[in-house]
Design a binder for this molecule. Structure first.
Ligand code: NAP
Length: 277
């Protein structure tokens, strides 16, 4: 049985099945109250890693999480992302050091934290030298404003270049049972003990793939989504899925996937599905 926890950067212990807050909306009541209730329920059900971003409602998602969960339990860590900005009503990748520094300061204020334990660069800005983008994150770490640095949507080459500049604790790429484009990045993370946070972990898939996943789900008395999440947890000990939902039912269903044990036969059948899918 694989571990239910992972130490990000070798020291930040989180339960491997986390929660993505992107779909929670800082909208007026009653949507806001519903979003707050879901965030609180996630923590009540044992989530210790929540993922958000400056980009999600331009800080509104971070504020919502603070309203829902502050003061935070000791074991809870909220990871955020910077580097996608709103400029003249349009979003753009913006990794200029003063912008990253400002977005981190905004996040600290909105999340009501002295230190963000995991700060991820949402995207590498192609118009700013990588050494400048990671350099300022390294400075923020030295200043104690952030604990660990992560990346998002990177190739193996970008990960290698980043690691030659600063220590990287996590990578967040799109990856699920049926979408394994970033398999080489996952393998690089596994080799280096870097946390891999697959986004879009709730895989839909084509009808053929769905039929096989449904068959495994029926054998286990589980749902297809639970099988997809259990497969991710079984795929690699460095994988920390961050499924998102706006509903209690899906939240409970998704988090229960941590208790689902796939047999080697189930794992292999799903592995084949993903190759076809
Ligand atoms: N780094 C990046 O570039 C990036 C990009 C996108 C997302 N992310 C992060 O990754 C997290 C997850 O990504 P995601 O939201 O794109 O993908 P996801 O978690 O795979 O999918 C979320 C969608 O699936 C539905 N869903 C959740 N549980 C379900 C279940 N048990 N059965 C059926 N449907 C279910 C949700 O609808 P309901 O609300 O109806 O449950 C929602 O529409 C985000 O919250 C965000 O933190 C990162």
């Amino acid at each position: 049985m694989t571990s239910t926890t992972f130490d990000i950067g070798g020291e930040l212990t989180v339960r491997r099945l986390g929660f993505g807050a992107m779909h929670l909306m800082p909208a007026p009541a009653p949507v806001r109250e519903a979003s707050i209730a879901v965030a609180r329920k996630a923590v009540a059900l044992g989530v210790t890693l929540i993922d958000t971003a400056h980009m999600y409602s331009w800080g509104g998602n971070e504020e919502l999480l603070a309203e829902a969960l502050h003061p935070y339990p000791d074991e809870l860590h909220i990871a955020t992302k910077v580097g996608v900005s709103l400029v003249d009503g349009e979003w753009r990748y913006d990794g200029r050091p003063p912008v990253l520094r400002d977005e981190v300061d905004q996040a600290l204020r909105r999340l009501r934290l002295d230190r963000i334990e995991l700060l991820q660069l949402h995207r590498i800005d192609p118009d700013t030298p990588l050494a400048d983008q990671l350099g300022v994150l390294g400075e923020l770490r030295a200043e104690g404003k952030i604990g660990h640095i992560g990346l998002s949507e990177v190739t193996v080459d970008e990960l290698d270049r980043a690691r030659s500049i600063v220590e990287i604790a996590s990578v967040q790429n799109r990856y699920n049972l049926l979408d394994r484009e970033h398999e080489p990045v996952l393998e690089a993370c596994e080799a280096a003990g870097i946390a891999f946070l697959p986004w879009r972990p709730v895989a839909a898939g084509n009808s053929g793939a769905r039929a096989e996943v449904a068959a495994v789900a029926a054998e286990l008395g589980a749902t297809a989504t639970q099988v997809a999440l259990a497969w991710l947890l079984a795929r690699s000990p460095v994988i920390l899925p961050i499924p998102s939902t706006t509903g209690f039912d899906h939240l409970e269903e998704n988090l229960a996937a941590a208790r689902l044990e796939l047999t080697p036969d189930h794992f292999d059948r799903l592995d084949l599905v993903s190759e076809r899918g």
